[in-house]
Every structure is written in structure tokens, then in C-alpha cells.
Ligand binder design. Sequence first.
Ligand SMILES: Cc1cc2nc3c(=O)[nH]c(=O)nc-3n(C[C@H](O)[C@H](O)[C@H](O)COP(=O)(O)OP(=O)(O)OC[C@H]3O[C@@H](n4cnc5c(N)ncnc54)[C@H](O)[C@@H]3O)c2cc1C
Length: 465
Amino acid sequence: MPGLIKPNDKHIAALIALVGEEHSVSGEAAIDYSHDESPEISATPSVVLKPADETQIAEIMRYANSESIPIVPRGLGTGVAGGAVPFDGAVVLSLERLNRIIEIDTDNLMVVTQPGVVVEELQRAVKEKGLMYPPDPASQDTCSIGGNIATNAGGMSAVKYGVTRDYVKGIRAVLATGEIIAYGGKLVKNVAGYDLLHIIIGSEGTLAIVTEITLKLIPLPKCHIDLLIGFESVKAATEAVSEIIRRRIVPTSIEFMEGDIVRMVAEKSSATVPMVDAGAHLIISIDADDDEELKRRYLELGDIALELGAMDVLVADSPHLQKRLWEPRISSRDIIREVSPTIMAEDIAVPRAKLPQLWEGARKLGEKYGIRVLSFGHAGDGNLHIDALKENIPDKEWEDKMEKYVPDLLKLAVKLGGTITGEHGIGYIKRKYLHIGVGKAERELMARIKKAFDPNGILNPGKVI
Ligand SMILES: Cc1cc2nc3c(=O)[nH]c(=O)nc-3n(C[C@H](O)[C@H](O)[C@H](O)COP(=O)(O)OP(=O)(O)OC[C@H]3O[C@@H](n4cnc5c(N)ncnc54)[C@H](O)[C@@H]3O)c2cc1C
């Protein structure tokens, strides 16, 4: 990036001295930090630094800023937009050692945590106190809470409980200049000045390094049940999603898999997949505070599904059955990548009533460009993961097709009133398409915000804008 330098041996030695040799990684071992979970992009960092605390992070940033060295913050590397990939010999600043839950405050229903804590561990710890931290990305067992803040991660339960942003009440962070900032806290209300929290949330490591987070918790619902509903066609399933919302029923989650994925999972995995001939599956979770209420709600939902043409409704009411019911959905992406290691994965969100048009439009684009396009995801949020499969298409032909298919698909999303990314972020991969989803004036404002936070552009350069 213009004005930035690849660190030389002297810089690297100075940076390592700030964290200690044993908390740095270089050479071959740094390859583990060269990629995230996005397909086919990687770049080896000059060095990986694993600071112990905020003070060390501030020292690193002060030095990097004075020498114009690019720094890429990294949580646990499960991102799928290339956000944590260190291009041009950037230094990776890994938050993995800041992995402590600082306090679960049962008086105020808040948790204060460091960013490197695995999301599932945080959820488990608050659950033990009868509380719930709802955002539950499918990667929750491997991603960090700091990464979730940086990407404003969504999850299965966003239909009812919202996304990460809805729970963040306070942040401590280090700016590119090394200044430490703190905004918010254990507060239900706070309108003091511009809301710095909501600029940092979702900024994908380009504005600040998040070092401490205060999150709102809610009482843990007492019971929940999952339903697997098969439909003859995708059209019927996506229309059912719209109808469920229209009738003001708000389940915890409504997940979707089209029939071809259901059959792929049945073929490739050891899981027994019911209703394997269906055109599409919906997995719907409902929670409640007592069994009566739960029963009333799932019977109502089951009736609606059958009224809308569902083939059958299976009820999973034990943890064992629930795990089996979710397995195919959780493994969808892995199974698709077994069939086609190279895919183009899009993450589009539209108003929920527009889901049938989104699916149909994506299918038609697949036909137009002669590629297999498969969809699954968070239908209850209007958020579909739409994967184009390369399979046996020759490399050059695939690239040519993608040059046209991707912008066409993203424009379709915008035409339907949607966004080019619902939860995975812009990162590196989508940067060239930001203009499709965000206007010129808004992009220019974003560039000015970036400049205010990071005057020399050292923090995660080449990402987002
Ligand atoms: C199988 C699978 C399923 C997934 N399911 C979902 C899903 O349901 N919903 C969803 O939203 N995402 C999902 N993801 C994407 C990914 O897990 C999320 O984006 C997650 O929030 C990334 O967290 P991480 O700790 O791995 O961050 P990383 O990948 O390490 O980093 C992601 C971005 O955040 C920045 N960053 C990380 N930590 C910090 C910090 N402390 N301060 C500042 N910037 C930071 C990085 O620079 C980078 O730009 C999935 C990924 C996989 C592989």
C-alpha cells in the first residue's frame, strides 16, 4: 500500500522485543497465520506478534505507526472475507493470548471479556449462571468474540435475538496511533457524544484493535425445540419463511437448505438425513419459558407449515435428536467443498419477503453462466449463502464466468432492496464490489472516518475501503 513499508530485520527485531521471542512466530510456522477460511487467498506475514495485554498492543501500534508498518489484527482466523490475511508482508497481531473472561456480572446482566475468548466458551460460562449470550455464528466453537465484534457476526438465532451489535455495550480499543480509547460500559442507556461503539463494531480491524468488550446478557430461556420441515420445492419453502414472518411468529431461528445440498449431505456423510427427496428443508428452532408455551408455539408453526404445503414436520425435543437434526445444516459448506473444492461463496441478505425472488434470480444466473449454484443459510434473516461450484470448469473459463456472475448476483441483491454481505463482511474479497452495495457519498464518508482513526493507514490496509 502506498506510504507503507514491509518491515526489515531491524523493525522485526524491535517488534519482537515488545512481546518477547516466545510470543512471536516467524518463518515456516507463520504459514498458519497466512490465511483465514476464505477460499484461495493467503499471504505470509513478516512476523506474528502475540501480545499479552492492551499495554503491549499500544506499544506495538505506536512503533508501527512511527515506522509506517502495516498491522493486521487477527482473532482465530475463521473469517471468510480475507479480513485477517496479511498482504505485502504485513505484521499479524494475534489476539489469541487475550483469552480471559474478566467478569460475569449477574447483578447487571453483563459480561466483560477479552477479545480472544472462543464464543462458545463465553456462551457456556454465562449459561452456567442461567444467562444467555445469544449471537451464535455457525463457527462459534472456533471463532473469537473479538472477531465477532470486528465483523458484527450474525448467527442462527438472529431472527429472534439479533446480531452481535445488539449486545455490545462497552469497548476498550487501541487506535493505530497507539492511543487507548474506552467507550460505554455496563450501561443500558448511553448517548454521550458520537457512538464510537457502533463505528468500531463491524469495522473488520481497519479502525481499532478491540481489547475488551462489555456485552449485554439475557435470561436463559427454559426450554427449546427444533423442527425439521421438508417442502416439495424451494419456492414453497422460501414462501413459507415469508408467511411465518408475515403471521408475526418469531422463532429463534429459521435455517434453509435446498434439496440438492440435502442429498449431497446424505451421500457424503454418515448422518441419516430424513426427507431426502425434499426440494428444500427448513430447520426452525423455538424457545420459551415453559413447556406449555413451547408446545403451543411449535404446534402453531407445524400447522402453518402443513397448511403451506409442507411434506412433513419432524420434532426434535432431546439434545441427541437436535444435534442430529442440525448436523446436515452445519456441515453444508464442508460438504459442498468436498464436491467442488473451488467455490465462489456469496453472503447476500434481502428483506425476508424477497427471499423467493433472490433464490430464483440466483438460479437463473447459474443457468445463464452454466454453473451449478446452491443456496443455504439463515432464511429467517433473509440471509442466504449462495455458492457457485467450479467443479470441472477450466480455470480461465471459471474466472471469466465469475467476473460477470458475481457483480450480476450482487446487483440482484441490491435491486431487491438487499445488501452485498449480510454477515461475512467486505474484508479483502468483496472490496472491489463495495461500490455495488454502498453509494459514492457513503464510501467517501467511510474513507474520511478511516483517516480520522488511522491517519497513516497502517491498520489492516487493503481491507473494506
Ligand atoms: C464454518 C464457518 C461458519 C461460519 N458461520 C458464520 C455465521 O453463522 N455468522 C457469521 O457472521 N460468520 C460466520 N463465519 C465467519 C467467521 O466465523 C466470523 O466472521 C467470525 O466473526 C470471525 O472471527 P475470528 O475470531 O475467526 O476472526 P478473524 O477471522 O481472525 O478476523 C476477522 C476480521 O476481524 C478482525 N479482527 C479480529 N479480531 C479483532 C480484534 N480484537 N480487534 C479488531 N479487529 C479484529 C480481523 O482483522 C479480520 O478483519 C463462519 C465461518 C466458518 C469457517
